[in-house]
Design a binder for this molecule. Structure first.
Ligand code: NOJ
Ligand code: CA
Length: 703
């Protein structure tokens, strides 16, 4: 293996002959990153995996406003190499420990005409690379504005890609699956008018994480890690399959305002020979800073229910009345006429608390409890919510006392409607309210265009906001689940109270739009989930919406059993049992799986997967001998053999929740069969999944 590498290095060297060049080999020698200055002093890099080029000679650098290009005329001042091998404990996660084993290079460059010092830091793992720009404190550079980032990723071919349109304000798209050259982001974006805040900006722009598959079968993901104080990076597909970084601008068109000492987020390239290698990669988390919180004992992963799905299917409302043109400051809420469909009433909350307590579900989210919902959507209005005033039919004293008595944790809801100025002003009072009433967790939401007007969900200003909220909440021992934020980039390692984000197209779209195609959940773990857990809201049993509204043709695009499997395939420390209690009561034997499935795990086995087609994952419950398996398929029926060789010796009972023989996501989605089988680590389970279906399995030792 080593000799192959040396040969290939010689092959590549001519590129950089008259230049200074460096190589970083991953600890197991699988990945090599080359970095060099060419004749004009321009930094470039390339990446190889097992002797094959993954990324060809690509550009590095930035353009700074009023300063100019930081992409050429550099000399190397210093270079530092080394290797790190360390293992850290997760507060929560797919595994209890994570190994961080990489080689690194820190290259210090000085630009001849400006004397500006820029460092390029590279970390090379056996499954990919991360690199970033660092600007040390220096006389010649203190406060500066990034006009553009010039990083490119020159790919070796017109790979197949799983992509969503590049967009400054939303990531709530289904994935398209085409060659890079076939991307048409504007046409794709226009297919989804149901997304309230679309801001696609170029035909050739896609978002990261971008998953690609080469014609020779290699999987490549391009992403970023530790997005702080910088805008999100989209990717422009340029000629010859070169991807170029494209930073989300602010209201003035600038990209980032930085002060030395500072660094950019990491740009990452994850490479896998098998699709499951992408799922197993821990590069994103490893490139984030360690946990910042001194004490984490109070952080509680949990399953939760919500006064929520009723609003999405239209049987309930967030708003208390049907009044129009409400003004937050002057409205007498007690004088409004109730519309009779308000979901967040004291009475409903108590009934949900009873149901959650009786079924071992730890949390309850209550949306629509606070005044303002009459006039919240699509207005670009500043003062919509105050986050402390309940509607007349919701009594926080009674509800919180009842929840406490029943041992259920209340999850606060702060929908900001995109008015972030208003939210930041009111956050201290909102948090005092939560502390007073004992809410340990909050779901935030950013539906709507952002205020300050002209800022975007994915720009630097908002990136700062999300981190500010996570940090502020941590100081008050509150956990966070952010909806409609920028996609996460592993910051849950640094702020482990940041349990989940939505930041992708969730199950809710199935209730009121064309929905999510059956393949959707087979793609998310390869894309969005690389940055951290998603609050996808699985567990919908009543698949067709015409159950509530006979005129509706909407439906969840899965079978009921696939909804169960999602608790295993979509890792999250915060999992919603998203359907209505009455629907769980109709199917108590299937609901048993949701009651049993944990949210805390020791370890994981990625059994088999092909993005866009199928996925099978096994997880072992934390501090318990039980295993859970989730398998899902796209619109194709599929047979799968699952070896249970990961079990210890001894006999186990496998309870198998399978699609019924004639089940089908469209025609017959709610039929299932539950069977028990004695298994050992020699057993190979044969399972069959219906079109749009899945299989969920609980395995426990036989006593
Ligand atoms: C969108 C969120 O994703 C959803 O969960 C929530 O119910 C609505 N916004 C209202 O805040
Ligand atoms: Ca959403």
């Amino acid at each position: 293996m080593r000799s192959v590498f040396i040969l290939l290095c010689f092959f590549l060297l001519p590129l950089y002959l008259s230049a200074q060049s460096f190589e970083v080999h991953s600890p197991g020698n699988k990945i090599t990153m080359f970095i060099a200055l060419d004749e004009s002093g321009a930094p470039h890099y390339s990446v190889m995996q097992n002797g094959h080029t993954v990324v060809q000679k690509s550009d590095l650098g930035l353009t700074l406003k009023n300063i100019g290009s930081l992409a050429e005329n550099f000399i190397v001042q210093a270079h530092l190499h080394g290797e790190i091998d360390t293992t850290w404990n997760t507060v929560w996660g797919e595994t209890t420990t994570i190994r961080d084993h990489h080689s690194f290079l820190i290259l210090t460059l000085k630009q001849k005409q400006t004397d500006i010092i820029m460092q390029i830091e590279c970390r090379v793992f056996d499954d990919g690379v991360g690199f970033r720009y660092i600007f040390p404190w220096q006389e010649k550079l203190s406060n500066f504005i990034v006009e553009d980032e010039l990083t490119t990723f020159a790919l070796t071919g017109d790979h197949m890609a799983f992509w969503i349109p590049g967009d400054y304000d939303t990531n709530e798209y289904p994935y398209a699956h085409t060659r890079l050259s076939e991307v048409d982001a504007i046409t794709a974006s226009n297919k989804y008018p149901e997304i309230g805040t679309r801001a696609p900006f170029a035909k050739n722009a896609v978002q990261s994480p971008l998953l690609m598959k080469t014609d020779s079968g290699l999987y490549i993901s391009i992403f970023e890690a530790a997005l702080v104080h910088y805008p999100a990076m989209d990717l422009l597909i340029e000629p010859d399959h070169v991807l170029k970084a494209s930073l989300v601008p602010d209201a003035l068109g600038n990209k980032a305002y930085l002060t030395t000492y500072c660094s950019t987020p990491w740009r990452t390239i994850i490479v896998g020979e098998k699709a499951t290698d992408i799922l197993a990669s821990r590069i994103t988390l490893n490139l984030n800073e360690p946990n910042k919180l001194e004490n984490t004992d109070w952080i509680q992963p949990m399953k939760f229910m919500g006064i929520w799905w009723g609003m999405h299917v239209g049987t309930q409302t967030w708003n208390y009345s049907n009044a129009k043109n409400i003004d937050l400051a002057s409205t007498d809420w007690n004088a409004l006429t109730p519309n009779g469909k308000h979901g967040a009433t004291t009475e409903n909350a108590k009934a949900y608390i009873d149901f959650a307590a009786a079924n071992g579900i730890q949390g309850l989210l209550i949306e629509g409890w606070d005044v303002g919902w009459e006039d919240w959507f699509g207005k670009w209005k500043e003062n919509v919510f105050d986050f402390v005033t309940p509607y007349p039919d919701f009594d926080p004293d009674i509800v919180s006392a009842y929840a406490k008595q029943k041992g259920v944790q209340l999850i606060m809801h702060h929908e900001t409607s995109g008015s972030v100025t208003n939210y930041e002003r009111r956050l201290p009072a909102a948090v005092d309210f939560m502390v007073k009433y004992g809410y340990p967790s909050v779901k935030t939401g950013y539906v709507g265009f952002i205020i300050p007007r002209g800022e975007h969900h994915d720009g630097q200003w908002m990136v700062d906001h999300y981190v500010y909220v996570a940090d502020y909440l941590a100081k008050h021992r509150i956990t966070l689940d952010a909806h409609e934020p920028v996609r996460p980039t592993g910051l849950c390692r640094t702020y482990p109270n940041w349990l989940a984000c939505e930041a992708a197209r969730g199950n809710e779209f199935n209730a009121w739009s064309q929905g999510n195609p059956p393949e959707h959940e087979t793609i998310l773990p390869f894309t969005r989930l690389l940055g951290g857990p998603m609050d996808y809201t699985p567990g919908i049993f009543q698949i067709k919406v015409n159950y509530y509204d006979s005129s509706s043709t909407r439906q969840v695009h899965t079978t009921l059993v696939k909804q169960l499997a999602l608790y295993v395939t979509m890792y999250s420390p915060l999992q919603m049992a998203a359907d209505l209690p009455e629907n769980y009561m109709r199917f108590p034997d299937a609901f048993q799986f949701i009651k049993d499935v944990p949210v805390e795990w020791d370890t994981v086995k990625y059994i088999d997967a092909e993005p866009g087609d199928y996925l099978a994952i096994a997880r072992k419950e934390k501090d318990a001998p039980d295993w859970y398996i989730g398998c899902i398929t796209d619109e194709e029926a599929r047979d799968m053999d699952i070896s249970l060789d990961f079990l210890d010796n001894g006999k186990y009972i496998a309870t198998i929740y399978a699609d019924a023989k004639d089940a089908d996501w469209k025609e017959n989605p709610m039929q299932y069969e539950i069977t028990d089988q004695i298994v050992t680590n020699k057993t190979v389970l044969h399972i069959r999944m219906a079109p749009g279906g899945g299989c969920a399995i609980k395995i426990r030792p036989k006593k």
